[in-house]
Write a protein that binds this ligand. Structure first.
Ligand SMILES: Nc1ncnc2c1ncn2[C@@H]1O[C@H](COP(=O)(O)OP(=O)(O)OP(=O)(O)O)[C@@H](O)[C@H]1O
Length: 314
């Protein structure tokens, strides 16, 4: 790993740009990019490496996700180093950084695919170093995959019913094992799946099979499948890949619309989309947080500009 060419943020010492407040109530009040005019309470000051738990499932204003001192090593390589981050409810929190910065590793930590070597992860289910990926739905977290992961041999509607599993009394695995669902429950889940498809404007394709649909439609179906679980926190991993600029504009509107119901953590390379939709952004480089704040703060941060070495950040 090459040595950082600039100073890095120590998660124990909040950067002077941020207003620091007592934990949990600490907020940045910000106007965000092109999404003004609106003044919204967004963001939670990045937490210190140690301290009292911040996530409180009974408090709708508490963060959905808190990482403290998050460190992951792969052999001799430190992929994440003392990362502190908090995702406020009903906001879009972007995670950006150059190639190899640690974005995917961070995502995988939240999803339970990678365990922390040091530090803690808090979700609504409590503080932990690692949780199992199959517990994610129960913790109110859903994720999209870079690949769409749709079942080709299931109709669009059935693909989305699979995502409603969290709300089923007899889960998808249970039904695979031959446990019957009542017809009432089946109707309820199908109703939910139809609502999710309608919300994403793809209900007309409910009876079709994914391979027969254009890519942008399949992307919406994949999103419907995670939204039907009604997560508190949605993890979006490069959702703009493969979309045209018009489609990206629609996606931006869609992501903003989700904040009525949930928080979104967005890993994305398309800076225009990130700057447009995010309430706040954490910037990683060499596994460390080098900047955090609103799009306007981040896009003008010299450390961010240096990390991108001339890439346009707007
Ligand atoms: N399983 C692994 N084993 C060893 N090294 C890994 C592993 N996963 C990631 N790394 C290394 O950790 C560092 C961070 O990788 P990561 O994929 O998280 O970065 P990224 O920001 O997602 O990059 P990109 O934008 O290119 O996808 C890189 O140096 C990468 O080579």
């Amino acid at each position: 790993m090459r040595a950082p060419s600039h100073s890095v943020h120590n998660s124990d010492q909040p950067r002077p740009r941020f207003r620091t407040h007592p934990p949990t109530t600490s907020v940045l009040v910000a106007q965000c990019g092109d999404w003004s005019p609106r003044t919204k309470v967004v963001g939670v000051t990045p937490p210190r490496a140690t301290g009292e738990p911040l996530v409180d499932a009974s408090d709708p204003t508490s963060p959905e996700l808190v990482l403290r001192g998050a460190t992951v090593r792969f052999g001799g390589l430190t992929a994440l180093s003392e990362v502190g981050l908090a995702v406020a409810p009903r906001t879009v929190h972007g995670v950006i950084g150059p190639n190899g910065a640690g974005k995917t590793t961070l995502f995988n930590v939240v999803c339970g695919f990678v365990a922390l070597d040091e530090g803690t992860l808090e979700l609504r289910g409590g503080e932990r170093r690692r949780h199992r990926p199959h517990h994610l739905a129960g913790l109110g977290v859903a994720r999209t995959l870079q690949g769409l992961g749709l079942f080709d041999r299931l109709t669009v509607l059935d693909n989305v019913v699979v995502g409603a599993d969290r709300h089923a009394r007899t889960g998808f695995l249970g039904s695979l094992a031959g446990l019957p669902r009542s017809s009432r429950e089946e109707r309820r889940l199908r109703g939910r799946a139809r609502d999710a498809l309608a919300a994403l404007d793809v209900l007309e394709h409910a009876d079709r099979y994914p391979p027969s649909l254009p890519y942008p439609v399949r992307k919406r179906v994949a999103l419907a499948r995670v939204l039907v679980a009604e997560p508190d926190l949605l993890l979006l991993d490069e959702p703009a890949s493969g979309l045209s600029s018009d489609e990206m504009g629609d996606l931006g509107d869609l992501i903003r619309g989700l904040t009525d119901r949930m928080a979104v953590m967005l890993v994305e390379h398309h800076m225009d989309l990130v700057m447009r939709v995010c309430d706040e952004i954490t910037v990683l480089d060499f596994g460390r947080v080098i900047a955090h704040g609103t799009p306007d703060v981040v896009r003008n941060d010299p450390a961010v500009l240096a990390a991108y070495l001339g890439e346009v950040v707007d």
